[in-house]
Ligand binder design. Structure first.
Ligand code: CP
Ligand code: NVA
Length: 329
């Protein structure tokens, strides 16, 4: 398998075999890290990390992965560069590509990271856009594989806003790898029809199924994985909180919903999560709407079925695999 020189913008661009190869490489690199086997084979190389939205996991994963691989990394924060304000994406791409071996981009529209990749002669990695979050998918699938042994035929239920980066990307990866994907939400929050149709095509080849379901009691039955994400994503206006809390509350992951799933089922969340009031926004919403949590209860989040921190750790191992595969040894 040779992914050298490839951009990593959405999993739509990758075959099931290529995705599986990246998962296998992630597991191999994770094993090396755990055993303390050095893998700093990219000494002397450097990567640029552009973040137009904030991050904990993705930024740290790229930085730690780069360090483990012997590489330097430069972080450009949402205010710390000329991008988009004084310098076009095309010019930025050409400047950065002349100094770095790879470029990570987190930001708004997918067309921005596509533009960056178009003008960059080095690989560009999507660290989250409004539409997709492909590096997260590798961590999620690695976690499911580690916890449940295999991917094919597993039922993954995504609860909440299924039109955005997480819902879209989970549908794509499940369709490619043969999982049964269920988007459980109201009609307004279902993924867009064109993407569903595209994923139906992938599903034909992999044996996956795609279901759009409004009733959480039906959706969660016999699930292997119940997954959720915040109800308001980065970059969305504060005004939408009230509407989202009202409309998505029936899709909160509770112990009652978890009890409908298989006894072996796991709970996943890309994080950060509103499972209590210990954050600024959580506290504010708690006071405004009289709630103690949002997309998941604290009970589920802290339960043995919750594998969210294993999942978060896997961000680093999988991002490292993307860097290794696309830069090539
Ligand atoms: N899951 C995820 O992408 O987390 P960060 O926003 O902290 O990078
Ligand atoms: N949907 C969330 C994912 C965060 C990792 C967001 O875009 O803010």
């Amino acid at each position: 398998m040779n992914l050298k020189g490839r951009d990593f913008l959405t999993l739509k661009d990758f075959t099931p075999e290529e995705i599986t190869y990246l998962l296998d490489l992630s597991a191999e690199l994770k094993d090396k890290k755990k055993k303390g086997i050095p893998h700093d084979m990219f000494r002397g190389k450097n990567i640029a990390l552009i973040f137009e939205k904030t991050s904990t996991r993705t930024r740290c994963s790229f930085e730690v992965a780069a360090h483990d691989l012997g590489m330097g990394s430069t972080y450009l924060d949402p205010t710390g560069s000329q991008i988009g304000k004084k310098e076009s994406i095309a010019d930025t791409a050409r400047v950065l590509a002349s100094m770095f071996e790879g470029i990570e981009y987190r930001g708004f529209g997918q067309e921005i990271v596509e533009e960056l990749a178009k003008y960059s002669k080095v690989p560009v990695w999507n660290g989250l856009t409004n539409e997709y979050h492909p590096t997260q998918m590798l961590a999620d699938m690695l976690t499911v594989r580690e916890q449940l042994g295999e991917l094919k035929g597993k039922k993954l239920v995504y609860m909440g806003d299924a039109r955005y980066n997480m819902g879209n990307s989970l549908m794509i990866v499940c369709a490619k790898l043969g999982l049964d994907f269920v988007a459980c939400t109201t009609k307004e929050y279902f993924p867009n029809a064109a993407l569903v149709a595209e994923c139906e095509e992938y599903a034909k080849a992999s044996g996956a199924t795609i279901t759009l379901e409004e009733d959480p009691q039906v959706a969660c039955k016999d699930a292997d994985v119940i997954y959720t994400d915040v109800w308001v994503s980065m970059g969305e206006p504060d005004e939408v909180w009230e509407k989202r809390i009202k409309e998505l509350s029936p899709y909160k992951v509770t112990s009652q919903l978890m009890s409908l799933a298989k006894p072996t089922a796991i709970f996943l969340h890309c994080l950060p999560a509103f499972h209590d009031l210990k954050t600024k926004i959580g506290k504010e919403m708690g006071e405004r709407f009289g709630i103690t949590d949002m997309e998941v209860t604290d009970e589920v989040f802290e339960s043995p079925q919750s594998k969210v921190f294993e999942e978060a750790e896997n961000r680093m191992h999988t991002i490292k695999a993307v860097i290794v595969a696309t830069l090539g040894e």
